[in-house]
Design a protein around this ligand. Structure first.
Ligand code: C2O
Ligand code: CU
Length: 483
């Protein structure tokens, strides 16, 4: 049996097994990568209509090891929702769990009343319906529950799915879903040595860190590419774990999209840090004799050595093995992409937010308090300062923002596109240009929060409303009795 730090070999390349993985002799990274199905829809009265149902069940996430899991339309994860810019969508969400849940459309520009936060709670045995018009460019968004204080539990058990937006701009990118355009939802779970599952414990200062990584619910996943260029739409769907992604070959890959859409041109990278909720669209070149592993390698989250270790930042974890079969294509890297133009940088900072251990501006979340009132259609400059010793990230609902600067410097290439979530190390600042939507509704708040889900559940979250300028924020309207 291979123990901690035992060196395995794949295609002649070394990788490190983490402690506690059950032995999977002779079949390491041989399980075909599961591809979440595309969710069927029908057009009714000009709307694209989808049905989701939140469910609990059991799933064999590691061969021979069953886990208590949750998902949409199945026991684990959720189907991929796909719709085009300009379309009207209507999504019915039925709660078949025994606890309240919600369905939040992460990264979507839409009215707050359709956003699926704890203000649109869905009690067991009831159905909530969200409807809006997709008004933003092609992007890889996602959906997940957002119930008050229970988000970490539900998401880490598997309630997460991708929401792909298409638009008319020709991208020149691989775009055959499941063939050369591959969804990749990365989560971590806990397997005890001997191959027993266990609930991943929540540990200060970071939350739930599992010891085993799954991709689309597949442990030691293998994808056989039929094309030379593969587009991975990667979502860090973990509660707290950050992944420092690289290819085991050390090869360059190309970042083509971030949270909110495509970049102006592919950006060559050899590693990419992805914190919870962030997405990255990357192109991987798979030559005919390729045998490579997408993996996460040790990194520094800027915390104390002990906290960095608790956060799993010292681990090396294989995620997905990619090999090549077939000669189907010789796709080329596009030279440029259809990217939405960035707003200019405003002169002054409009608002400062200071991140504490589990607070924003010294306060914990209060669902009945509106923290920030913003004029609809305005663009603001937000300065986020992590004044704590803990790693955090920062997510704003209902919009996509541009990162002007991190610690006063131009941001890393991976943060130069449209974003809705940004990692902020202890002692660091991020300055954001945030264009807000047109959906004035003074009684229904959007959230901004840390997307490390234990922090979020602890109350590291606050609320903003959009007003038409004349209105003051009204009393918050809780819409939690729908059927
Ligand atoms: Cu991904 Cu407030 O959420
Ligand atoms: Cu945090």
């Amino acid at each position: 049996l291979l123990g901690l730090g035992a060196l395995g070999a794949i295609g002649g390349l070394g990788y490190w097994l983490t402690e506690g993985l059950p032995q999977n002799q002779g079949s390491a990274f041989a399980t075909p990568l599961r591809i979440p199905p595309l969710l069927a829809s029908e057009i009714i009265d000009g709307e694209r209509v989808f049905h989701l149902s939140a469910q609990a069940g059991e799933s064999e996430l590691v061969p021979g090891v069953w886990f208590a899991t949750m998902g949409f339309n199945g026991p684990h994860l959720g189907p991929t929702i796909r719709a085009a810019r300009g379309e009207h969508v209507r999504i019915h969400v039925k709660n078949e769990l025994t606890m309240a849940t919600t369905a939040h459309w992460h990264g979507m520009s839409l009215p707050a009343s359709q956003d699926g936060t704890a203000h649109q709670s869905i009690s067991p045995e009831t159905t909530w319906t969200a409807a809006w018009q997709i008004g933003q460019p092609a992007a890889t968004l996602w959906y997940h529950p957002h119930p008050h204080g229970q988000t970490e539990l539900q998401v880490s058990r598997g309630m997460a799915g991708l929401f792909l937006i298409d638009d008319d701009a020709p991208s020149g990118l691989p775009s055959q879903y499941g063939v050369d355009d591959i969804p990749l939802i990365i989560q971590d779970i806990t397997v005890q040595s001997g191959g027993q599952r266990s609930g991943t414990p929540t540990t200060a200062p970071i939350g739930r860190i599992g010891n085993t990584v799954i991709a689309n619910g597949t442990h030691e996943a293998h994808f056989v590419a039929s094309t030379s260029l593969v587009r991975l739409r990667i979502l860090n769907g973990s509660a707290a774990r950050c992944y420092n992604l690289e290819l085991s070959t050390g090869d360059t890959f190309h970042l083509v999209g971030t949270d909110g859409g495509l970049l102006p041109a592919p950006v060559p990278l050899t590693s990419l840090l992805l914190s919870p909720a962030e997405r990255a669209e990357v192109l991987v070149t798979v030559s005919r004799d390729a045998d490579l592993v997408l993996r996460s390698v040790p990194h520094d989250l800027g915390m104390s050595q002990a906290d960095n270790a608790i956060s799993g930042a010292g681990d090396t974890l294989g995620i997905l093995r990619i090999t090549r079969a077939g000669d189907a294509s010789t796709a080329k890297l596009p030279a440029s992409l259809a990217s939405a133009a960035h707003p200019g940088r405003a002169a002054a900072v409009d608002r400062h937010f200071t991140l504490g251990d589990t607070t924003i501006n010294g306060k914990a979340m209060d669902m009945s308090r509106i923290d920030t009132v913003i004029a609809a259609n305005s663009t603001e400059t937000w300065m986020i300062e992590n004044a704590s010793q803990r790693a955090h990230n920062f997510h704003i609902h209902g919009t996509q923002f541009v990162v002007n600067a991190v610690n006063g410097q131009s941001p890393a290439p991976q943060n130069r596109g449209w974003k809705d979530t940004i990692f902020i190390a202890p002692g660091s600042t991020a300055e954001l240009t945030v264009p807000f939507g047109s959906f004035a509704d003074p009684s229904t708040p959007y959230m901004y929060h840390c997307h490390m889900l234990w922090h979020e559940d602890q109350g590291m979250m606050a609320q903003y409303v959009l007003t038409d300028g004349e209105q003051a924020a009204a009393t918050i309207h809780h819409d939690d009795t729908m059927h």
